[in-house]
Design a protein around this ligand. Structure first.
Ligand code: IPM
Ligand code: MG
Length: 369
């Protein structure tokens, strides 16, 4: 049996509340007699800025580099709206992604049966939906230079960001997508804007070349990003694995998330390159943000963060059976009609963040008894 070390970074807004429920799941797992987890908790985002003027400290980055996996809640809020990009809450998250070289962001959009009617689309369009979005996470316009706002001296200012991709960045994230597709529906859709952007053309050509070199057994399609947004809300089930750049991936994953009923349901995994022992640096976080409007009221849905921990079990610790059990427990709780506010429907029972945690834990007990 192994012991793993997790760094918990609850962050801002609802982050600490949803992380609180993950800690209960970890404590439950530790009693099951398999692998165990030790945890350490630290600051990221606005709370880190308040504590030491930086959205993440060097010491926290060192802990993240040393941990077996990082679990993050959410960062940001209106309180920090006025401060510079280099110290904003989001900068803490971006630095974590960059310093840990987490270039592949996996965002599964899976529709739980019990929630098919909570989607803004018709049940038949989303029932059984299972898409995996692979978003490039350490390049593109999020990090490209030059960037900034300059004063043109004539009463005008200019805002600049740079979309830039090198072949190795495109290839390594495409490999992750092709490898995942082989374990699923064996189809990849590569998404860019080659009709207007050179970086999109390069993306398209590099993915195509890699496909014919190493992955010709996988079905590959290409789609323009705007069309992809439209197709996602028209016939979402046409997709298996989507691979796309940092910015398009940010947008398309929010769209895909909403198909499943609520942003409060979607987990993500951010992975680095495998080392010689096959171990990857990894960070797991919900796709939703810090939701400052409902923070501290016990209204937040902890499921996305719990599912993110489930992805950690799957991708970092080879504990797929335990991850399946967590998925099953959540499915059972939803089927029983318990709902946090974001997924509330007529005739269902409204529960708080902690009550949702209670319900998932008692399902876990039931599944193991
Ligand atoms: C996400 C978020 C982040 C992003 C923000 C908080 C920096 O929207 O993870 O999707 O844009 O990547
Ligand atoms: Mg986003």
């Amino acid at each position: 049996m192994a012991q793993y070390n997790l760094l918990l970074l609850p962050g801002d807004g609802i982050g600490p509340e949803v992380m609180g429920q993950v800690e209960r799941i970890i404590a439950w797992l530790n009693k099951q007699g398999g692998n165990t987890f030790t945890t350490e908790t630290d600051l990221v985002g606005g709370c880190a800025y308040d504590a030491h003027g930086q959205a993440i400290s060097d010491a926290t980055i060192d802990k993240a580099l040393a941990a077996d996996a990082v679990i993050l809640g959410a960062v940001g809020g209106p309180k920090w709206d006025g401060i510079g990009y280099d110290v904003r809450p989001e900068a803490g998250l971006l630095r974590l992604r960059k310093d840990l070289q987490l270039f592949a962001n996996l965002r599964p959009a899976v529709c739980f049966d019990a929630l098919a009617d909570a989607s803004s689309l018709k049940r038949e369009l989303v029932e059984g939906l299972d898409i995996m979005i692979v978003r490039e996470l350490t390049g593109g316009v999020y990090f490209g230079e030059p960037r900034g706002i300059t004063d043109l001296g004539n009463g005008q200012r200019r805002g600049v960001n740079t979309q830039v991709y090198d072949t190795f960045e495109i290839e390594r994230v495409a490999r992750v997508a092709f490898d995942l597709a082989r374990k699923r529906g064996n189809r990849v859709t590569s998404v860019e804007k080659r009709n207007v952007m050179e970086s999109g053309l390069l993306w398209n050509e590099d993915v195509t070349a890699l496909h014919s070199r190493d992955y010709s057994d996988v079905t590959l399609d290409h789609m323009l990003a705007d069309n992809c947004g439209m197709q996602l809300v028209r016939t979402p089930k046409q997709f298996d694995v989507l691979v796309t750049d940092n910015l398009f991936g940010d947008m398309l994953s929010d769209v895909a998330a909403m198909l499943t009923g609520s942003l409060g349901m979607l987990p993500s995994a951010s992975l680095g390159e495998a080392d010689r022992d096959g171990k990857r640096k990894a960070l797991y976080e919900p796709v939703h943000g810090s939701a400052p409007d409902i923070a501290g009221q016990g209204l937040a849905n902890p499921i996305a963060t719990i599912l993110s921990f489930g992805m950690a079990l799957r991708y970092s610790f080879d504990m797929g059976a335990q991850a399946d059990m967590i998925d099953q427990a959540i499915e059972n709780v939803l089927t029983s009609g318990k709902r946090t506010a974001d997924i509330m429907q007529d005739g269902m029972t409204a529960v708080s963040t902690t009550e949702m945690g209670d319900a998932i834990l008692s399902e876990l007990d039931a599944l193991t008894s």
